[in-house]
Design a protein around this ligand. Structure first.
Ligand code: PLP
Length: 459
């Protein structure tokens, strides 16, 4: 990797920017092109894109069909505003989404990405309660380790404590439940008993707050950037049953899990038996080529706040690029590819192999845990014990960076989330490419492990 490139990137500020290091040596890879599951850096090195961009490059890079659809749409109608007009692309895309969402989730609102999808969904819930004369219903239930975005509201319901550092968030109305990760806590319990504990905790919290005061429960079916946490069997369904028992809105945040990542258009019902009131989505909708997100909401929800029931209110929430025709054209082209190439079935076929091969890495001492489902997995690296939280975090980042730099040498881009390597490749990945990916990761982890041991000996 090239070093001392701070002049090259003098003027951008990146998400999750490392402020102490800002303006210093920057080893962030510069990526210049992509094809299939591969990207190429400015040194000409070809890398497997382990996290598929950010879980979004479903159909892979270099899709002429998506480029053509975007170019044609730009020439036909490069922009239209959803505030006052309708474009045929959004109509068709909303129709397709409604056709794949569970239950009566037939109304689709388009946003610019996942954070704005979550934000817009939460604001719709607030509005609905105000319209229905339930202004006290403000509490939001979320989980530790959840990631829901970077607007003020979506960041507020995000439960990744390490990410919040000194950022302000809404505190009083947001309540975090235990992370449903058995390897993190309560290992003395069986998986079933652990699940009972989690479900009971949810019900207790609802009763504590008063069900009439709880606006919604928001949950990723599998926690994504919180570390690919696959909850215990039946957890999602049982939580949904509790939430519905008290007539509370259930929001499934499928920004990561939709559009094939778990082998289905949407995972809520097909994989977990849950029919949410609202599903938020983004990322893989356009295969990551252009920004687009949104949510689908149930007819029942909308009926309660529209027409005669609306009290004359409007849903005063939207974006310049809501339902943007160019973004919708990209989404339709990506959708066509997923259908034509049978990528949902492909994921269902290769996912067990992907999970099984990654689990072979557990023989490396540095690897503490490998978990996942579908084409999403986490390889978690063992951390040093420490007393000072800040110092510990720096050490944890250093372990991730070490593995990352070795991976880069062996042709794999990982960009670990602290000490967790997120593996969520483009859906088109083949079994041979999975082998290449796991081998590169193995070599990197073995070298990092040896490095850390020798450093300890010296210290
Ligand atoms: C589950 C989930 N929700 C919301 C978001 C936010 O999406 P975006 O980055 O498109 O705003 C993300 C992004 O990683 C996510 O994983």
């Amino acid at each position: 990797m090239s070093a001392c490139r701070h002049h090259f990137n003098r003027h951008s500020l990146h998400p999750w920017a490392d402020l102490p290091g800002l303006g210093g040596d920057d080893s962030t890879p510069v990526i210049v092109s992509g094809e299939g599951i591969y990207i190429t850096d400015d040194q000409g090195r070809r890398l497997i894109d382990g996290p598929a961009g950010m879980w979004c490059m479903q159909t892979g890079y270099g899709r002429r069909e998506i480029a053509d659809a975007v170019a044609e749409q730009i020439m036909q109608l490069g922009y239209s505003t959803a505030f006052s007009t309708i474009n045929p692309r959004e109509v068709e895309l909303a129709r397709r989404i409604a056709g794949e969402t569970p239950g009566d989730l037939n109304r689709v609102f388009f946003t610019t990405g996942g954070s704005t999808a979550v934000d817009s969904a939460l604001r719709l819930c607030q509005l609905a309660n105000n319209i229905k004369g339930q202004r006290q219903r403000k509490h939001i239930l979320s989980r530790y380790h959840a990631y829901h975005g970077s607007t003020f509201l979506s960041a507020s319901v995000t439960g990744k404590e390490r990410d919040k550092t000194a950022m302000d968030t809404l505190q009083e109305q947001v309540h975090f439940l235990s992370v449903p990760c058995h390897s993190y806590h309560h290992q003395e319990l069986s998986e079933e008993a652990f699940c009972d504990f989690l479900v009971q905790e949810l019900e207790d919290r609802i009763l504590e707050l008063g069900p009439e005061n709880v606006m919604c429960f928001i949950a990723e079916p599998v926690l994504g950037s919180g570390g690919v946490i696959v909850p215990p069997a039946n957890y999602n369904r049982r939580c949904w049953e509790v939430v519905k028992k008290y007539d509370i809105v259930y929001i499934a945040d499928e920004v990561v899990t939709a559009f094939g990542r778990l082998g289905h258009w949407f995972a809520s019902e097909k994989v977990f038996g849950v029919v949410p009131d609202i599903i938020t989505f983004a990322k893989g909708l356009t295969s990551g080529y252009v920004p687009l997100g949104g949510f689908a909401v149930s007819d029942r929800f909308i009926e309660e706040i529209s027409g005669a029931a609306s009290g004359g209110n409007i849903y005063s929430n939207g974006y310049t690029w809501s339902a943007n025709p160019v973004s919708c054209a990209a989404a339709l082209a990506s959708w066509d590819i997923i259908e034509r190439e049978g990528l949902l079935a492909h994921v269902r076929e290769v996912a067990p192999y992907f999970q099984q091969q990654l689990r072979t890495l557990l023989d490396i001492p540095l690897v503490a845990d490998v978990r996942g489902t579908g084409l999403m997995a986490a390889v978690e690296m063992r951390l040093e014990n420490g007393v000072n939280g800040e110092k510990l975090l720096a050490q944890d980042y250093a372990i991730g960076e070490l593995v990352d730099s070795y991976c880069h040498q062996f042709g794999l881009l990982v960009r670990p989330l602290i000490n967790v390597c997120i593996m969520s490749p483009p859906l088109i990945i083949t079994k041979n490419q999975i082998d290449d990916m796991v081998l590169a990761l193995r070599k990197a982890l073995v070298l990092a492990d040896a490095d850390l041991r020798s450093r300890k000996k010296i210290a």
